[in-house]
Design a protein around this ligand. Structure first.
Ligand SMILES: Nc1ncnc2c1ncn2[C@@H]1O[C@H](COP(=O)(O)OP(=O)(O)O)[C@@H](O)[C@H]1O
Ligand SMILES: N[C@@H](CC(=O)OP(=O)(O)O)C(=O)O
Length: 815
């Protein structure tokens, strides 16, 4: 004998039901089965809402009831041929007439007790199961509709009744002996000895199925739902969750107790007692093996799954009175008598306070009953008033292997801490089957994903990128990530996803990550760019391992860095603005990044993708000291002064440089030396020197009268009048066998930027085109300085440098 249960999601509509019937028919080919059904998806919830509206005197309950009746009649029409419909139609209508009377009564007396509500919701399973039994019988199979109230006896704890197994098991066995046909059984509902309707707790149909399996000594029990088994985490919150092939009864119980809704915790007891295996299967993917739950404890992964529960409040009971040995038990007794469920308990060894996680809906009742119990102690000041805090979730990592293998709690709290998630309370069962924590509800999804990554995907780190500035560099970066995505996944176990994109006008987001193979083009159909909103959305998406990539040259964007780092989001940028501002800001950003445990990387601030900043940082970290930095840091200036040697006039060379795209649109931005000054400022700071921009001596290459030229054309006209001066400079250098190079120097804490005449043997003299070159003279590299040379500008090399920084973040965040 096999017991199969189909949940509300499996019977939510006629299409699903046809799949369910196919599964049952398939099973029947192999062995005898009995089937347990829940109410049609969403019906229990609707009945509870209608009852609430009626109690509140809201007439809207009538329309909702009508809609619900229509839904059931429609099921009959769609599942059963017209000629066989009448009995079922009558059954449905009679039940809805009764419901109408019932709700009218609630409407009049404005009361719906737990007893009434149990009766109300029982209609869900009674209606669905009767309709399904008739529809199945119409296929020519002998069926037997069984209202479980006839065989499951419980106490009168309405809403969450306890089963009297002795009586129930006998009644079930007798019923099965006395009745033929395939039993089609209502889940969830039962009755007291007096015949009052009770329920087994929300989602209790799984339990019904287990009760039947236990009573009949079934070979196995199958729970069919809308997911392929118990997953490592709720797939609605963790997209990378995957099916756990096998769980022990204890592990399954623990996961479900802490919120894995896929199976009802109590289900395990009757099955466990008789060692009946439970299979969790997917109605919409029947071939998937799903999860098997049995008595075995398998070795392997440190934990099996992570579950969570929302709408939790923290109830703190505190005061000297608790030091008295009996006070703790008084707290729990008071709560138990009031039927308040405690999700988690945490008590410091001082025993001075107890912290309880309780569903918010029950928290006020908890406060009330505990304060009543300790009325005199509170009055005398031996105990504080019970303190409530709302807006929390519990999160639990579960697995029997934690017993033998230490390290689970370290990994759990490291992952939470790294993602800036505050832990309000912690508990670890003495069985070491679970470690649970209470965290702010707003951080739940982030926490689940961070833990999931830390425990299951540590080989595959996911980085969530938010890219501002989809210009030349930004576009090149997206292309590079797209080309490398597979390789990074396979060889570096790094998964990079882009969730936010913005240019100066528009912005767009993608929860699952943009498809990089077909790059997304921002357009007017997207939202207008609003940096505040961009950052807010990034914060709300609340991913673990988020990286903000700034490929703009904007001061406004760099002004937001502190806020971004504060939110524990890493930053990667070629934008020099933040690092070339005040020394105070430079220091602050570094301190903040360190404090928040995230990286701020900007290798491309200087010389594009050339490894200058990383090299400097490594030298400093390893104890070297910089004596001198000499550098050609402007590709455009180098192009201009090396081209000048060919004999063309200065203004003409500058014009060609502009036409080739080597200069800024207004070449004065390069000729002024300001950009080079910013770069040497940053290098100086990386060399641990305290430098402000104003400390730098800058020799501008823009003649004074050209500075005020209103347009670029006018500038070129005026520049012509200075061609002679530049050719004289060149001639003077050549006469000495030297070359002109525009360079930056830092020595003895002084930085300067300007044109130098250098001997032919100087490394800079060999530089041509738009290359950059940096000479680092340090205590270790004293006789022969370290030379870094290569293309120092261009979208591709800069994007490559940004990409390398992003990958570096992936490696930093790895455990
Ligand atoms: N660890 C988990 N594994 C699988 N599903 C989970 C888990 N945690 C929560 N769930 C949720 O449980 C749902 C199935 O439970 P439920 O809706 O009660 O199903 P049914 O209607 O079949 O009884 C899934 O759709 C899923 O969102
Ligand atoms: N219908 C009941 C019982 C149940 O178990 O439903 P489901 O199998 O859809 O979770 C409820 O919603 O609580």
């Amino acid at each position: 004998m096999k017991i199969i249960k189909f949940g509300g999601s499996s019977v939510a509509n006629p299409d699903n039901i046809r799949k369910v019937f196919a599964i049952i028919q398939d099973k029947l080919k192999q062995q005898e089965v009995a089937v347990v059904f829940s109410a049609f998806g969403g019906v229990t919830e609707s009945l509870l809402t209608i009852a609430r509206l009626a109690r509140e005197g809201d007439q809207a309950y009538r329309d909702m009831l009508q809609t619900l009746e229509e839904k059931h009649l429609d099921m009959v029409r769609q599942l059963i041929a017209v000629q066989n419909q009448s009995t079922v139609m009558t059954f449905v209508k009679v039940r809805f007439n009764e419901l109408e009377d019932l709700f009218h009564g609630i409407f009049l007396i404005k009361e719906n007790s737990a007893r009434t509500l149990d009766y109300v919701v029982s209609f869900g399973e009674r209606l669905s199961t009767f309709i399904l039994a008739e529809a199945f019988a119409a296929k020519g199979l002998k069926t037997q509709f069984l209202d479980a109230r006839d065989v499951i006896r419980t106490n009168d704890r309405f809403g969450q009744a306890r089963v009297d197994f002795e009586v129930t098991n006998q009644l079930i066995k007798d019923y099965f002996l006395q009745h033929d046909g395939i039993k089609i059984i209502t889940g969830f509902i039962a009755s007291t000895v007096k015949g009052e309707t009770t329920t087994l707790g929300r989602s209790g149909s799984d339990y019904t199925a287990a009760i039947f399996a236990g009573a009949l000594g079934a070979d196995d029990l199958e729970i069919w739902t809308d997911v392929s088994g118990v997953l490592t985490s709720d797939p609605k919150l963790v997209y990378t969750a995957f099916t756990i092939p096998q769980l022990s009864y204890n592990e399954a119980m623990e996961l479900s107790h802490f919120g894995a809704k896929v199976i009802f915790p109590a289900t395990m007891q009757p099955a466990m007692k008789k060692s009946i295996p439970i299979y969790i299967k997917n109605t919409f993917e029947p071939a998937n093996p799903g999860t098997m739950i049995n008595g075995e404890v398998t070795s392997g992964a440190l934990i099996k799954g992570i579950s969570s529960m929302s709408n939790i409040s923290i109830v703190t009971v505190q005061g000297a009175a608790l030091l008295d040995g009996t006070a703790g038990s008084r707290v729990f007794k008071a709560l138990s008598e009031a039927k308040v469920n405690i999700v988690l308990i945490s008590q410091a060894s001082s025993e001075h306070s107890i912290c309880l996680a309780i569903k918010t809906a029950e928290a006020y009742l908890a406060k009330e009953v505990v304060e009543k119990e300790f009325f005199y102690e509170i009055k005398s000041g031996e105990m504080d008033e019970v303190y409530l805090m709302h807006g929390f979730s519990t999160i639990a990592v579960v697995g029997e292997n934690m017993k033998q293998n230490p390290g689970a709690s370290g990994r759990m709290f490291r992952a939470l801490g790294r993602n800036n998630i505050n832990v309000a309370a912690i508990a670890q069962g003495s069985s070491e089957l679970n470690i649970s924590a209470v965290i702010p509800q707003a951080d739940l999804q982030k926490a689940l994903n961070a833990l999931h990554e830390a425990f299951f995907l540590s080989e595959n780190k996911v980085l969530h990128v938010f890219l501002v500035g989809v210009g030349l560099i930004g576009k090149a970066l997206i292309k590079m990530i797209a080309n490398q995505q597979m390789k990074l996944r396979d060889s570096s176990e790094l998964d990079i996803q882009i969730h936010g994109l913005a240019n100066s006008r528009y912005m767009a987001f993608h929860e699952d990550g943009f498809d990089l193979k077909n790059p997304y083009e921002l357009s007017e159909s997207d939202e207008n760019m609003d940096l505040e909103k961009f950052i807010k959305t990034m914060e709300e998406m609340n991913f673990s391992n988020s990286v903000f990539v700034d490929c703009t040259a904007s001061q406004t964007v760099s002004d937001a860095y502190s806020r971004i780092l504060e939110a524990k989001v890493a930053i990667v940028t070629p934008n020099k603005k933040a690092n070339s501002g005040s020394m105070e800001e430079y220091g602050y950003l570094r301190k903040l990044a360190k404090k928040r445990g995230v990286k701020f990387l900007y290798e491309t601030n200087v010389a594009a993708g050339l490894p200058v900043i990383n090299t400097l940082q490594d030298l400093m970290l390893s104890g070297d000291r910089v004596i001198r930095i000499e550098a050609v840091l402007s590709g455009s200036m180098n192009f201009i002064f090396s081209e000048l040697e060919k004999g063309d006039p200065f203004s003409e060379v500058v014009r060609v440089a502009k036409e080739k795209g080597f200069t800024e649109p207004d070449p004065r931005d390069d000729l002024s030396g300001m950009d080079v000054a910013r770069k040497i400022l940053i290098l100086g700071r990386e060399a641990e020197q305290t430098l402000e921009f104003d400390d730098i001596t800058i020799q501008s290459m823009v003649p004074e009268d050209c500075q005020d030229a209103a347009s670029v054309d006018e500038f070129f006209e005026k520049l012509k009048t200075h061609d002679i001066e530049f050719s004289d400079l060149l001639k003077a250098a050549e006469a000495k066998g030297e070359k002109l190079r525009f360079m930056a120097t830092l020595e003895n804490g002084k930085a300067k930027v300007g044109l130098n005449s250098l001997p032919n043997e100087h490394p800079f003299s060999s530089l041509s085109g738009s290359d950059n070159m940096i000479l680092l003279t340090t205590e270790r590299y004293l006789d022969r300085p370290m030379i870094i040379r290569g293309p120092g500008a261009g979208a591709d090399v800069t994007a490559a440098g940004v990409f390398a920084d992003v990958i570096r973040i992936g490696n930093y965040t790895r455990e």
